[in-house]
Design a protein around this ligand. Structure first.
Ligand SMILES: [Zn+2]
Length: 630
């Protein structure tokens, strides 16, 4: 069993969580879920970075103490990760005593060893970035990140002898090609190191800033926020308890490229100087751009993560982030692209496969022992599964989520073609072909079982639904993701609406509901307040007729209390119009109007459906139309 300790950056509490943070954290979550699936010992750390000038400033602007302000934002992060189903093992805050203690110990150790000295420095400073910029980095006299004017600051401070480690770091990067990946970022760090490396100012005078960890050897100074923050990865696992013992040597970091320099240059030199083993690997992803500019923690222009997960569901949001970005490169974010992916990959490829395979198996199974009539087509499915799993394993070695998913989707495509070619619905009509049918159904059940495992890191909700539908019990392990061993057709329940298609033409609030619409809590549950937003009422059908040119739609004239309105219902294949007149049904009364086949519909009739049977909800006692249903 190998050990895997993965960190996200700790997010700076100057702003609430946005899409950029969600992306990094979801990537880390997918990776940790994958490593757990492999059977590894996994520890997943995230947290918040809470000190520094920006925090003192934004707290003051909000009329709060830095502490109260940090508490509020840290709680917002924790709540966000909880709602997104993130499986972090720990959440560290840099204001916690366990962290401060380690920062002060490391500072004292470096000071005692002569690695820190007192000196004076003057330079161009960006308050937004909380760092000095060298002449070379400055663009038109401005911060390259913020495009704001820089301030010349000259003050006495403590410095870490970072310059001393320049040659060592270059050699380390040259000798260890995998230390920073993808390779372009290792090259970028080597590029920084072609310029003389400066010593790093690691303090701020308390006359200017009090919101920080006091230097253990001079109480007139607090620790520079980066020096403090980077140490979180180490302080979180330095408590000496059973849970975190032996983790440090296995640490890998996942970051966005905007913080490459602190992680690729400051951090390894700090560790080296402090005599702490280096991290194993730094994994760097690109930016998401939105409307042409990057989303980062310090620039506006951000999308709140929840707007999208609420609208399309967690899995669809995760899938888009993991599939759309080529790890290491930039990607561009748009809601349209998300909907396209949802419709094509999730609703069409995966959703349809799950739906039709489960329907076929439910109709033809269970079968305790299927005949050993394996044909070339079945063997192809087994091979495709083995290839998909190998692709996932290879891709996940280098955080290439997009390749892992492409591998799984190649398998889904193969199985969809297998369904078409083997035509189980035709086999079912001929009793002589029953043995072949059973073999095909077993292969389909096997394929669903495979997907229920390999999709788990990426689409945890959908994977769980698939496993539940096929009754897959027992431990969830990657090792079990093999197609070709199943010799029975299990009892399967039909999987429907795994990823409903988003109708891109219909107006918002039209009758095809968007998946996950409304704020969902943990485990897909909604709060009572969300349910109460839906106004359900008893309505009486006054008249009913078919909508011209439509097989499915009926136009109903209904009375809701004093009001009469028109409503379109998709039940024409199940009810004769005349049979509905005078019936009392239940409707969603506060749905936005939508036009279906040219008829404006004001509300939706509730009906239950099962295996092709559709049943309208009616009342078992007579109550007046307009009565509230809850
Ligand atoms: Zn800046």
């Amino acid at each position: 069993m190998s050990t895997f300790y993965l960190t996200t950056p700790i997010y700076y509490v100057n702003a609430r969580p946005h899409l950029g943070h969600a992306c990094t954290t979801i990537m880390a979550d997918a990776m940790c879920r994958y490593r757990r699936l492999r059977g590894d010992r996994v520890y997943f750390l995230t947290g918040t970075d809470e000190h520094g000038e920006r925090i003192a400033q934004v707290a003051a602007a909000a009329g709060k103490s830095p502490r109260a302000y940090a508490d509020e934002i840290a709680a917002a992060y924790q709540e966000t990760w909880r709602r997104l189903g993130i499986t972090n093992d720990d959440f560290i805050r840099t204001t916690e005593p366990r962290h401060k203690k380690v920062v002060q110990e490391v500072l004292q150790r470096l000071y005692d060893a002569g690695e820190i000295y007192f000196g004076e420095y003057g330079g161009w400073y960006c308050y937004g970035c909380e760092r000095f910029y060298t002449e070379k980095e400055i663009v038109d006299g401005k911060c390259p990140d913020h495009q704001t004017a820089l301030t010349f600051i000259k003050e006495k401070n403590y410095f870490f002898r970072m310059s001393k480690y320049q040659t060592w770091l270059i050699k380390h990067l040259e000798d260890n090609p995998g230390f920073i990946q993808p390779d372009r970022y290792r090259n970028e760090v080597l590029g920084f190191l072609r310029e003389p490396l400066q010593d790093l100012s690691i303090s701020r005078p308390t006359s200017r800033l009090e919101w920080g960890i006091p230097l253990p050897f001079d109480d007139k100074y607090v620790t520079y926020v980066w020096f403090d923050a980077l140490l979180n990865y180490y302080s979180a696992v330095s408590g000496g308890d059973e849970k975190t013992r032996g983790l440090w040597e296995h640490v890998e970091h996942l970051i966005g490229k905007d913080i490459l320099k602190p992680h690729g240059v400051y951090w390894p030199t700090m560790l080296k100087a402090a005599g702490i083993p280096l991290y194993r690997r730094l994994n760097v992803h690109g930016y998401w751009s939105l409307g042409g500019s990057k989303m980062s923690k310090s620039v506006g222009n951000v999308v709140e993560a929840f707007q999208l997960t609420d609208k399309y569901g967690h899995d669809a949001f995760r899938y888009f982030l993991l599939r759309e970005m080529n790890f290491g490169l930039d990607a561009s974010f748009s809601e349209e692209a998300l909907v396209d992916r949802l419709n094509a990959d999730l609703a069409n490829d995966l959703g349809n496969l799950a739906s039709r395979a489960s329907t076929l198996i439910a109709a033809g199974g269970p079968v305790a022992q299927v005949p050993a009539l394996v044909e070339a087509a079945d063997r192809e499915i087994a091979t495709a599964a083995a290839e998909a799993r190998a692709a996932v394993e290879r891709a996940m070695e280098e955080f290439a989520f997009q390749k892992a998913l492409a591998g799984i989707w190649a398998f889904i495509g193969t199985v969809n073609r297998y369904v078409d070619a083997s035509a189980p619905w035709a086999l079912a009509k001929d009793p002589a072909k029953r043995p072949r049918l059973e073999r095909v159904l077993a292969t389909l059940a096997d394929s669903l079982g495979f997907l229920g495992i390999v999709l788990d890191p990426f689409l945890p909700d959908a994977a769980r639904k698939i496993r539940e539908a096929i009754g897959a019990g027992g431990p969830l392990t990657l090792e079990a993701a093999v197609v070709g061993r199943l010799t029975s057709v299990p009892r399967v329940s039909k999987i429907s609406g795994l990823f409903p298609r988003v109708d891109t033409k219909a107006p918002p609030g039209a009758h095809a509901p968007r998946p996950g619409e409304g704020a969902k809590g943990a485990g897909g549950k909604i709060a009572i307040g969300d349910f109460q937003k839906v106004e359900l009422r008893v309505a009486e059908v006054l008249a009913a007729e078919r909508v011209p040119k439509s097989k499915k739609l009926l136009k109903l004239s209904i009375r809701v209390g004093e009001e009469t309105r028109t409503l379109v219902a998709g039940v024409a294949e199940h009810y004769e119009p005349a049979a509905l007149v005078g019936r009392k049904v239940v409707i969603v009364a506060n749905l936005e109007p939508a036009t279906l086949m040219g008829v404006e519909s004001n509300g939706m009739v509730l009906a239950a459906s099962h295996e092709g049977t559709v049943s309208l909800l009616t009342l078992d006692k007579d109550v007046p139309s307009g009565s509230k249903v809850k």
